[in-house]
Design a protein around this ligand. Structure first.
Ligand code: AMP
Ligand code: ZN
Length: 114
């Protein structure tokens, strides 16, 4: 838990979110400003500020985030049509919340990155 971190507060249920999945390691919830018909964020319960701050000890956690994203894609019915899993880093990567999160986006034809 990092003080004043939005996603730590969501993980601790101090701020409400539309949760679609939760286990001991991660919580997944709908993005408040969806950029696609399906837009879900998967967040580790451990605070990691940016992808740059992930360490070797976080390797399985990062893998678990990816597999949570693919599992949710299937549950939400976009695995066959296709989807995107994205993690942004720092300013030029478009990161605005400084607690790492994996975007799952789909439900429409996505355009090129960048
Ligand atoms: P990023 O730009 O990669 O840091 O993504 C941050 C995402 O968090 C954006 O897509 C926001 O719409 C989303 N977001 C910000 N506040 C909330 C919130 N309270 N609940 C759900 N999603 C949020
Ligand atoms: Zn945090």
């Amino acid at each position: 838990m990092s003080a004043d971190c939005l996603f730590c507060k969501i993980a601790n249920k101090e701020i409400p979110a539309e949760i679609v999945y939760e286990d001991d390691l991660v919580i997944s919830f709908r993005d408040i400003n969806p950029q696609a018909p399906t837009h879900v964020l998967t967040v580790p319960k451990k605070h990691v500020t940016t992808p740059n701050d992930a360490e070797v000890e976080d390797q399985s956690l990062l893998g678990h985030m990816m597999l949570t994203g693919t599992k949710l894609a299937a549950e939400l019915g976009i695995d066959e049509s296709g989807y995107r899993l994205i993690m942004n880093c720092n300013k030029e990567g478009g990161q605005t919340v400084f607690h790492i999160h994996l975007h799952l986006m789909g439900g429409r034809q996505l355009t090129v990155l960048g």
